[in-house]
Ligand binder design. Sequence first.
Ligand SMILES: Nc1ncnc2c1ncn2[C@@H]1O[C@H](COP(=O)(O)OP(=O)(O)O)[C@@H](O)[C@H]1O
Ligand SMILES: O=C(COP(=O)(O)O)[C@H](O)[C@H](O)COP(=O)(O)O
Length: 694
Amino acid sequence: MAMNANRIWRDPVFRLGLLFKVALVVLLVPQIQQAWFVPFVQHAIAQPSLDPWSSFLAAGGDPMAYPYGPAMLLAHLPGTALGMIAAALSGSDYFTGMGFRLGLLGADIATLYLLSRLWPERPRLLLWLYWWSPIALYVTYWNGQTDIVPVALVLWSLLLLRQYRVGLGGVALGLALAAKFSMLLAAPFVAIYLWRNKRLRGLMRPFAIACGATALISVVPWLASPGFVRMVFGTPESLRLFDLALPLGNGLRLYLTPLLYLLAVYGLWRLRRISFELLIAAIGLSFFLVVLATPAPPGWYLWLVPFLVAHQLYSDRSARLLTGMFSALLIGMHLIYSSGASLPVLGLDPAPAIARLGALMSPHLHSLGYTLLVAAGLVLLVQMLRERVSRNDYYRIGQKPVTLGIAGDSGSGKDTLSRALAGIFGEHSVVHVSGDDYHVWDRYAPMWKGLTHLNPRANDLQRFNNDVLALMDGKAIMCRRYDHGAGRFTPPTLLDKNDVVIASGLHALHMQRLRERFDVSIFLDVDEELRRAWKIERDVHQRGHALATVLASIEKRMADSRLHIHPQRRDAGLVLRLAPVNAHQLESSTAMGQVRLKLVALIRNGTSHERMARILIGICGLHLDVQPSEDGREVEMTIEGEVAAEDIAMAARQLVPGLQEMLDIHPQWEDGMSGIMQLLVLIQIEESLKSRIK
Ligand SMILES: Nc1ncnc2c1ncn2[C@@H]1O[C@H](COP(=O)(O)OP(=O)(O)O)[C@@H](O)[C@H]1O
Ligand SMILES: O=C(COP(=O)(O)O)[C@H](O)[C@H](O)COP(=O)(O)O
């Protein structure tokens, strides 16, 4: 990512833009900076005080001069101080304003850098869309607003959030709030994003503490200052949120902007899981709603620019056309009706000519122009809603749980694979239903003299299927557990819905109605000698059975295994067969964990295996033998070799990048064939989710 940032600095489009912006900094003197912002910051430097707001008012300053918090002042100090030094050396106060504007150029460059880190794929297009953005050029350099500072801080916070650096991310958002309180509009969306993603829920507290503490430390000390309260809280700007209101009689008014904003917050809350991309879309849409629903000052439109850039980066030409139209209408309107800049170095001041043009515009024409602007904005907002949300892959797949069915004989590794998969999604996001919990009787029932556990009649498969289908539909179930230690059932407990449903059991793929609903159906077809060795090891040492009992049970179950368990193999989308590389290892006294295994994977859904094979060989250093079927609908891969968990993680980033946000923030990847099975299941999940989108 940093490489793209370096590419940006070297790009002629950046360098030309920088030259152009330096020229604007030198030549343009925005009225609001000259009349308000610069005198305030200059006073804060020349007359240092812990309460610059009261000090400025006491010196006869304009109460409208600086409606911003301490963080904004902090951002303006360096440039302005430099400018004041240059002014003192040169005897021309012009440099003070230039220093102030250089500070804004710095925030502008920081914003470009942050955008290049957030969306690194197309750096050249990003330069055209942001660095030459007409709205950004107009708001920051012609109108002279300083919203670029809080916008940069919000983007910094979002980038840190995506990197899970929530402490610093909270501080950044707290500083954005302390620069301009309106940035509070973004906070509910960030909170919902952290809360709705179980993998991120634990990050919410540190983020909120860091953000709240920073905002409080940055603002509370000045709440006792009458000057601060008057200049920062008393501004008419924040009251614009209430301008759009429906009169309901008796002085009662329905405020539409807060209403629309709250509906946007609720809309995000309704989503099950929210990707970072959806978070960005939601914040951008809410800013857009607020800006369109109020007679927003030009600075508020700058809040939209990063989100319009993201929209244009990932949409087609129509998004750029619509954004261009919206920008032209916005700038056309505000050039006439908002303050601008003069060019004293060139002896130019377009203000009188613009005022004359404004005088020609009747209120009707002004309203017509504003209506056109809002109409273009609404069309753009609807396009963003459609393309950034409704068509968002994550949005379309994320609203239903991912469901996995794992069947196999006793001791074939169903629970082990279930635990390994829960390790990469995070236990917090997985609900696991085991077929053992649906045995009709406990270990001591006399029925087991006649029936084996492998007989479907010894299991309440109807309830198993209904419960799994309920979880697939996002409903909670009541379920008892079979305790293999005691051989008894535990009392039923509530099993809540979750993002990933894993249903493992002897008969998990037995019922067609259920089998067809799984995103991935897996059959563990372990080498028989290996399975016996595993089962004996486990049943004797973990479940307390006598060796003779286990051996007798294995023999007794052979018929039912062939009759009821193995037929499920033909219905599985993914058949995984673990076998010892050297069969004699099982005969010798090799410890179970030392037996080197190979994996034969039969993949039935026509997954393109070429890239997978390349990465398993290239990144994981494995030996592969790939046998596609004649019709290309199946492929059998024999995988051998040693592979470390970190290589599995790297392969996953390459093979299933789209699933990264579904995994835990610290996925527990496994070494060896277990890790390969984790990877193969993820690949099948992605294939299945793609079919959901079609
Ligand atoms: N991939 C694997 N590698 C090594 N040992 C395994 C693997 N899968 C399962 N085992 C071992 O086999 C035994 C049975 O596994 P388990 O998951 O309980 O099977 P099941 O749930 O199908 O009855 C366990 O003791 C486990 O340690
Ligand atoms: O065959 C199985 C199924 O479990 P699994 O597929 O996990 O082997 C077990 O023997 C029964 O659940 C009884 O358990 P226990 O023998 O503990 O009473």
